[in-house]
Design a protein around this ligand. Structure first.
Ligand code: ATP
Length: 239
């Protein structure tokens, strides 16, 4: 579903690369955590998948397509297949919950009838049944993140990218968000989540891809945040 072949991303020629010769594959319907200290390259990884940025060298394949060589007119179609969730929710503050989610369908030209059926259904999936009429400021942080997730998946993308989705939430609320992401994954969406949250990673026991200074230092199935297998890097653990 997502394949990185020897991917290097350099923003600043004087600094070390943000990603350094990364090669890995994330299969369809997998759930993978990207972990690592601030600045280790997690967001850069996600941006390359979305084609918000291009690799300096190497190739990034998403659903079989090399995104670097994708002509610009094909980028909207690529992005339609990828839902994204961020730490800061990014809801439209003047729109209701329903309208926030519906907006993602309107921009791709879905009919009112389809929207009227799909929005309540996805709100139910994320645990917000009956809250479509609320405004974002009338919701808790956890509920706002659920709206953001509903918006990200309402068009049924094959991939959901989540960049620190629990970063602003307390531990209990975060567990609720993880249950939602797990459900979405079980419904067939590939989930890649960048996080610093040790407890979340340890409670989920999913694949863990660990980055240190742009390099993959660990890629382990059903793993913990910190590997049980000690590894040595040039600059320590990076934290
Ligand atoms: N647009 C940019 N221009 C220049 N340098 C950048 C840019 N974006 C990221 N970087 C640099 O690339 C490196 C990796 O950053 P990235 O944001 O991918 O890390 P991260 O692991 O997501 O960090 P965080 O957890 O803080 O979000 C950092 O050294 C950062 O300063």
């Amino acid at each position: 579903m997502i394949r990185f072949e020897n991917v290097t991303k350099v923003y600043d020629r004087k600094a070390r690369p943000a990603l350094d010769s990364v090669s890995l594959e994330i299969e369809r319907e997998e759930f993978a955590f990207l972990v690592g200290a601030s600045g280790s390259g997690k967001s850069t990884f996600l941006r390359l998948v979305m084609r918000e940025d291009r690799a300096t060298s190497g190739a990034v394949f998403v659903a079989g397509q090399n995104v670097a060589t994708l002509p610009s007119w094909r980028i909207p179609r690529l992005r339609r297949g990828i839902g994204v969730v961020f730490q800061d929710f990014r809801l439209l503050p003047q729109k209701t919950v329903f309208a926030n989610v519906a907006f993602a369908m309107q921009v791709i030209g879905k009919s009112r009838t389809i929207i009227r059926d799909a929005v309540p259904e996805v709100l139910k999936t994320v645990g917000l049944e009956g809250k479509g009429h609320r405004m974002p400021h009338e919701l808790s942080g956890g509920e706002q993140q659920r709206v953001a997730i509903a918006r990200a998946v309402v068009n049924r993308p094959g991939i959901l990218l989540a960049d620190e989705p629990t970063g602003n939430l307390d531990p209990t609320t975060s567990q609720g968000i993880m249950a939602v992401l797990d459900r979405i994954n079980q419904n067939g969406t590939t989930v890649v989540m960048a996080t610093h949250d040790t407890d979340i990673v340890n409670s989920m026991r999913k694949r863990v891809i660990e980055l240190v200074d742009g390099q993959v230092v660990r890629d382990e199935a059903k793993a913990l945040y910190t590997s049980m297998i000690p590894h040595v890097t040039a600059e320590g653990s990076g934290e």
